[in-house]
Design a protein around this ligand. Sequence first.
Ligand code: GDP
Ligand code: MG
Length: 442
Amino acid sequence: MFDTLTASLQKVFKNLRGYGKLTERNIQEALREVRLALLEADVNYQVARDFIARIQAQCVGADVLDSITPGQQVIKHVHDELVALLGGTSKDFDLNGQPAKVLLLGLNGAGKTTTAAKLARAWRQQGRRVLLAACDLKRPAAVDQLRILAGQVGVDFIGPERGEELQAFSRRAAAHAAQGGCNVALFDSAGRLQVEEDLVRELKELKVALAPHNSVLVLDAAIGQESVNVAETFHRAIGLTGLILTKLDGDARGGAALSVQQVTRCPILRVGVGERLGDLEPFHPDRMASRILGMGDVVSLVEKAQAAVDEATLVRAEEQLRKKRLSLEDFLEQLQQMKKLGPLGNLLEMLPGAGRLPAGAREQALAGSEQEMKRAEAIIRSMTVKERRHPEVLDASRKRRIARGSGTDVPAVNALLANFNRTRKMMQQFGRTQKRLLRLGK
Ligand code: GDP
Ligand code: MG
């Protein structure tokens, strides 16, 4: 999501590192380029200007100019300011109430309903009892959407009755949560296409009736600069306790993430990184800063891998990798593990250096889309055990048989084999890193 910004910053830093000693002029020039890179990434103008001014103040000091590694010092200041810009430390919801009341608000299509289900799922996994309440009185379809999602994630649900008033319903829902022994009551409110007066009035009413512990704005990161205005308006009118940025998996330039926190002073509590119900992540300012600077977010990657991948499988795979005997059977197993981790693009972005991959290479790496993974699976399943263990026996006639059996063609089989060889190489590196990290995680 921060690809362009990361690339520009890395160019600036590379130049800086080239100097043995820095003059004030070198620093000015570098910071000017950092500022341009921020603006290009859609960071709010004022935010970018203040950001640079703060770094400038730090960089003219002796610790940079007289340092033996001046370039590194500048980068460190940029990193620290970036962490501060993103909110410093990571913050979470206030879930102390019994039940803790969480009101989600935002414009139509921002991702409120999806995010409500994602949060409910995560909290349920932590062993909390969750109630999802649909506060959209005008659109029965919106109520149904939440009801279905509640069923999918296995949490309680309550919707308005015909003709019920918003305040009456919200009080009834809160009482229902308390009686039902719920730890969290999550209220999904109705949106509008824009911030309109009647929406603000409705949300104010809802807030008075509910007195929620958390009033959280769900914001679509893809709307860029506009998100800053939306966040400011909601914050002023309703009073927010936090923000959730959605669709950070898309082609958003990411500047919104850097600006909204600073402008509203409300912490970013979660980020949405995909349409699936598991695609919601905590927001860690320090990790995000490292990611933006192209240092890779190894810690997040490890946590994700640990949650999804069964350790024994990893260790076994790792052993095989070490012996350099990765077979197509292992490949199949790896494919299935990767499916559990979610879209490959998310993973790739977290790897150090992935931001530096040329566009083509990145696309190629991402070509392992789910569809292709399914095809690969079909092809491998059409092979005999011997063929899976010793792919070198695959001659033209065997390939034709496999292509027929898997409903593909010979070029597809060849492509899979090429991909397998490439993956074998990649996995060797990946396996080494993971093993090291698993050891660290213990
Ligand atoms: P609401 O009108 O605010 O309730 O928005 P919805 O929850 O109905 O979401 C609108 C659309 O955005 C749906 O198609 C969601 O699948 C999609 N969406 C929500 N969050 C994310 C996200 O983090 N990433 C992506 N790619 N899509 C998302
Ligand atoms: Mg909705």
